[in-house]
Design a protein. Structure first.
Lengths: 316, 338
């Protein structure tokens, strides 16, 4: 099941409203510099959100999104800096690492039949710890210019980083997956009712495996985007992604219990958060209030979504 | 319907982007005084003197604007957002303590591309970097001086406990090496116990210091090279009421200064956060007005350190201000070509 258009439209109106409000009220909001940074930040946050959204869709969750993204980013840094390989080699290798780590999570969930929360809580610590041991927590700061300049460039002289296009391409691919491919529908069916899906003949284990693999790949994409933007693969990469991974999908209407995802909603949720954050800072509202405001926005968004579900008779 | 909604949103966003206009960072080379922002890596008492430093710098150098703004948490994303926001509001230069000494290079490069000078204050950004200067304590020299003072007070023998910060922080590595060097010079007369990663918060430091004191009854000296372990150890020694353990701490928290006054610490290694921010504001303003960094000028500039014993408690702030004024007075000739 995909998110209802009414909720999506409401989110679109709210987001657009904030853009218009901040364009008028916040000095510098529409400056090239701010728009570039805002959209690039949103692109990375949304991609992190996608990595969580796909596992939420099957009724699981992954607390290892940040760990996988961090390892993929560090691995790409190692390949480019220490092995001297070009980004064309490092990027596929990092994506492969992300997929394999996602598969690892899935296999543990399938074999142990433990809750994905517990499994990924453990593997997140395991993955990050192993990375720190192997790298001695040393960053890779000399990444090729051809890689870092990709994040700093503009698209057709418009202040939009190519990373935004990467995020949109990923979003279109995910939308196509859920809308047009049987695998996408199987993912949502497993999330809506795992037992019913199994009894109707679906290979639930196969779906779980592929979904976590996809989540790993998406986390790796986010890791690559982040190291390109930071110009450095840092051992702390991914350590603060946990909240971000849940917030954009949750605001966008993805159900934490599974069976319902929204790709456009996750994009809008990420843009809304980045917009609020940037606008409030530009309005010189003490940035310690940002945390409070973002928490309120999240609660209101989730509350409104719940309300529309109840009123519309679609309560889960 | 969903695709139509998405398309509509993207169209609105595209229109806003294409129509974007307004304040772009003005960059260097201007003749009017700079608008300078000091942005720490996150909330920490160490940075508090910088708040006054930018106020004083604004008055002394006639800066057009001066602000001290702290990210809500120690996350590079948050510091990036804050810097972007301030640059969009027209700030011409920044003094930053990098949240992540490596990942800060991304935002620094972005600002440098707009000709916005950035100075590292309190801690350096990992080289290679577009940061112009790093104004910070020579952490290795400070730790060595402190360790030597503690060892001397111990009578050049005994067991020395070293409590320090994150071992992934390059500054911590320098501090650990410096203390090891000071201990090695005793030719085995002093034994070293090092506990790292305890500058996370007060509770972590409290637990670690008290456990170490309980487990090693033979400790006769303490050197701490991070803020929270210093406060924790100062409190622990006061609680024990035992002045036989000779301790040198770091920074000037009131708890630590009182412990020095009362004789529980022989001293604390003062750093110069006020001077770091003040000198950075001066340098940013000079570069904004058209000066360039000399080709042979170093990246790292020592902002000074001082062992604050009981005799220095009343005067150390003035001593640091005198040192700061002295660095500023020679800065242009030594490091800039105007």
């Amino acid at each position: 099941m995909l998110l209802r258009p009414v909720a999506l439209l409401a989110l679109l109106i709210v987001t657009s409203g904030f853009w218009i409000f901040f364009s008028i009220a916040a000095t510098g909001f529409t400056s090239d510099f701010n728009l570039f940074a805002l959209l690039r930040f949103a692109a990375i946050q949304i991609t992190i959100g996608f990595a969580q959204m796909v596992v939420l869709g099957i009724g699981d969750m992954s607390l290892a999104v940040g760990a996988i993204g961090g390892v993929a980013g560090m691995f790409a840094g190692f390949v480019m800096q220490s092995l001297g390989m070009p980004p064309e080699v490092a990027v596929p290798l990092a994506l492969t690492a992300g997929i394999l780590l996602g598969f690892g999570n899935a296999l543990l969930i399938i074999w142990t039949r433990l809750n994905s929360f517990i499994v990924t809580l453990a593997t997140a610590s395991l993955i990050t710890g192993a990375m720190l041991i192997v790298t001695h927590a040393k960053p890779f700061s000399n990444l090729p210019d051809s890689f870092t300049s990709f994040a700093d460039g503009e698209v057709a002289s418009v202040p939009v980083s190519p990373l935004v296009l990467v995020m949109l391409a990923v979003g279109v691919a995910l939308f196509f997956l859920y809308r047009n491919l049987s695998l996408g529908r199987e993912m949502l069916a497993v999330g809506a009712n795992r037992r019913a899906a199994r009894m109707s003949g679906l290979s639930v284990d196969r779906v779980v495996l592929l979904t976590h693999g996809l989540s790993g790949a998406l986390a790796a994409v986010a890791g690559l985007m982040a190291i390109a933007a930071d110009h450095t693969a840092s051992p702390g990469l991914g350590s603060n992604w946990l909240l971000a991974s849940f917030v954009s999908p949750a605001i966008g209407g993805t159900l934490l219990s599974g069976g319902l995802v929204s790709v456009p909603g996750t994009i809008l949720g990420g843009v809304l958060l980045a917009t609020m954050s940037s606008g409030l800072l530009l309005m010189n509202i003490d940035n310690f209030w940002l945390t409070v405001v973002l928490g309120v926005v999240l609660l209101v968004a989730v509350g409104l979504d719940r309300l529309t579900r109840v009123v519309g008779g679609a309560a889960t | 319907m969903e695709s139509r909604a998405l398309a509509r949103f993207l169209a609105i966003a595209a229109v806003l982007v294409v129509a974007a206009c307004g304040a772009t960072p003005s960059g260097g080379g201007g003749k009017s005084p700079a608008a300078v922002a000091i942005v720490p890596g996150g909330p920490h008492p160490y940075f508090e003197p910088m708040r006054q430093a930018i106020v004083d710098a604004k008055a002394d150098f006639s800066l057009s604007k001066g602000i001290f703004s702290v990210p809500t948490d120690w996350k590079q994303d948050l510091q990036n957002q804050l810097l972007t926001s301030l640059a969009s509001q027209g700030y011409d230069g920044f003094g930053i303590f990098p949240t992540d000494g490596n990942a800060a290079n991304g935002i620094v490069s972005q600002l440098a591309a707009k000709n916005v000078p950035v100075m590292a204050v309190g801690g350096c950004v990992q080289e290679p970097t577009k940061t112009t200067f790093c104004l910070a304590t020579d952490t290795g020299a400070s730790a060595y001086t402190g360790a030597k003072a503690a060892i001397a007070a111990m009578g050049n023998k005994g067991v020395l406990l070293h409590g320090t910060g994150l071992v992934t922080d390059p500054n911590t590595v320098k501090r650990i090496d410096a203390v090891k060097r000071a201990v090695a010079e005793t030719n085995g007369a002093v034994t070293l116990i090092t506990i790292g990663d305890i500058d996370i918060d007060a509770q972590t430091a409290d637990t670690a210091i008290n456990q170490a004191l309980a487990a090693h009854k033979d400790i006769t000296g303490i050197i701490t090279t991070a803020y929270n372990p210093t406060v924790a150890a100062a409190k622990a020694l006061r609680t024990l009421g035992d002045k036989r353990i000779k301790m040198v701490g770091i920074d000037d928290d009131p708890v630590v200064l009182q412990a020095v006054t009362d004789g529980f610490l022989i001293g604390t290694m003062g750093q110069n956060p006020y001077g770091q921010a003040y000198i950075a504001a001066y340098a940013i303003n000079q570069i904004h007005m058209g000066c360039k960094k000399k080709s042979d000028a170093p990246y790292f500039i020592d902002s000074g350190t001082l062992l604050i014993g009981p005799d220095k408690i009343a005067t150390y702030k003035d001593d640091f201000k005198t040192l700061t004024k002295s660095i500023v007075s020679g800065f242009k000739a030594k490091y800039l070509s105007c």
